[in-house]
Design a protein around this ligand. Structure first.
Ligand SMILES: NC(=O)c1ccc[n+]([C@@H]2O[C@H](COP(=O)([O-])OP(=O)(O)OC[C@H]3O[C@@H](n4cnc5c(N)ncnc54)[C@H](OP(=O)(O)O)[C@@H]3O)[C@@H](O)[C@H]2O)c1
Length: 189
């Protein structure tokens, strides 16, 4: 099966998420308990730990993860959190709360990444940067689950379609064919 090439560190702005097949990156109330029970290609997490220089997120996501570090603590770079009210955020080591436009936040975080990639861990900030033409890659790990509710990668009612090119493919506009079977819930004995 075709897969992405290993990620490279070159000062890119990545909108990076693990996403359900139906396009959610978090469940209702920021639930993340669905993010288990999948396999990933060997070394995938290390790829991002190694190539990521900084992370930019939004206040809701930050508050929801209770100040835990991304990648299970394996990554130790600077984190920037965008909020309109930084004054009521609890200070955390390595975390800078910013109150500015998405583009300015991206410039600050990208400078801190020192030539490595900036990961945008926020659907709302990613959408703002996409509209400004400031997203280099949308880097997704699509996992075999349907959520039906929650926070979408891209939520923009009334917006126009955003055309994409698939990276690393001979035909970048080819449809990607996938086929799944529902896992049967075993009946009680
Ligand atoms: N599946 C994955 O791989 C993955 C990875 C990372 C995160 N996540 C999840 O993604 C979800 C993100 O939640 P979300 O999209 O609802 O929220 P979010 O983007 O994390 O936060 C939204 C908040 O960010 C602040 N913000 C956004 N743009 C701003 C701007 N231009 N200026 C100032 N502040 C700005 C505002 O905070 P204020 O209200 O404070 O002003 C806004 O309410 C979380 O559940 C997180 O756990 C999933």
């Amino acid at each position: 099966m075709s897969d992405t090439e290993p990620q490279t560190a070159s000062g890119k702005v990545l909108w990076h998420f693990t996403m359900s097949l139906d396009g959610f990156v978090a469940g209702p109330e920021h639930a993340m308990d669905w993010l288990t029970g999948f396999t990933v290609r060997p070394g995938l997490i290390d790829e991002y730990v190694t190539t990521t220089g900084a992370i930019l997120g939004g206040r809701s996501g930050w508050d929801a993860i209770n100040a835990s570090r991304p990648y299970g603590g394996a990554w130790q770079g600077p984190i920037f959190v965008l909020t309109h009210h930084p004054e009521d955020a609890a200070p955390a080591a390595g975390v800078t709360f910013l109150n500015c436009g998405a583009a300015e936040a991206m410039r600050i975080a990208l400078a801190a990444a020192e030539g490595k990639n900036l990961e945008v861990f926020s659907p709302s900030i990613g959408r703002q940067l996409l509209e400004l033409g400031l997203i280099d890659e949308i880097d997704l790990h699509v996992v075999p689950v349907l959520l039906g509710d929650g926070i979408r990668l891209y939520d923009n009612p009334g917006g126009v379609p955003i055309r994409l090119h698939q990276v690393g493919q001979t035909d970048p506009i080819a449809a990607v064919n996938v086929r799944y079977r529902p896992v049967r819930i075993s009946s009680p004995a």
